[in-house]
Design a protein around this ligand. Structure first.
Ligand SMILES: CC(C)(COP(=O)(O)OP(=O)(O)OC[C@H]1O[C@@H](n2cnc3c(N)ncnc32)[C@H](O)[C@@H]1OP(=O)(O)O)[C@@H](O)C(=O)NCCC(=O)NCCS
Length: 145
């Protein structure tokens, strides 16, 4: 498995991954316009030239906002999600970010455990942030320094 910048040729696969993982998936067009944004960082996890996971983050000055992390169900629990987050944390340190933050469904124990392993802590809660099903979001943040 290798981690590399997400390329335009992987957008179909990323949109497919979105559809399989989320109730409100990002469309291919939304992914593409975000990928073209110079302030976005997208990383792909690939195996045998297939996309098995990806992560996207928007950088605003010295703050990082992760918008999605997804790993193909058949490849979960093999360290792919960790490899993607590790690479983003490395990016954050290298580029002098103050923090990286994200929202996660409060019932999403796998994702919460993953973020905790990398030093993300609960920084707040957004009531009824998600729909289908309606659920609160935890705001989790990793501070640098
Ligand atoms: C969350 C997700 C990205 C994790 O990806 P992954 O490749 O399976 O994660 P890893 O194998 O790197 O696991 C890293 C750690 O996360 C936690 N974790 C992952 N899956 C877990 C599970 N099913 N139950 C409990 N903890 C879990 C564990 O702490 C694990 O460390 P360990 O294996 O040493 O115990 C993946 O489950 C996924 O794509 N889920 C659907 C999409 C989603 O919910 N994304 C997050 C949106 S905020």
């Amino acid at each position: 498995m290798r981690i590399e910048p997400l390329s335009k040729s992987q957008l179909d696969a990323a949109a497919e991954l979105e559809r399989r993982c989320f109730a409100h998936p990002w469309s291919r067009d939304s992914l593409q316009s975000e990928l073209m944004n110079p302030n976005s960082v997208f990383l792909a996890a690939c195996e045998d030239d297939r996309l098995i996971g990806y992560v996207g983050m928007s950088v605003v000055v010295d703050e990082g906002y992760i918008f999605n992390v997804a790993v193909d169900e058949a490849h979960r629990r093999r360290g792919v999600g960790s490899a993607l987050i590790r690479e983003l944390v490395t990016y954050g340190k290298k580029h002098g970010l103050c923090f990286i933050t994200l929202e996660v469904r409060q019932s999403n124990a796998p994702a919460i455990a993953l973020y905790r392993q990398f030093g993300f802590i609960k920084a707040g809660e957004r009531k009824d942030y998600y729909s289908d099903p309606k659920e609160n979001a935890l705001l989790m943040t990793k501070y640098f320094n």
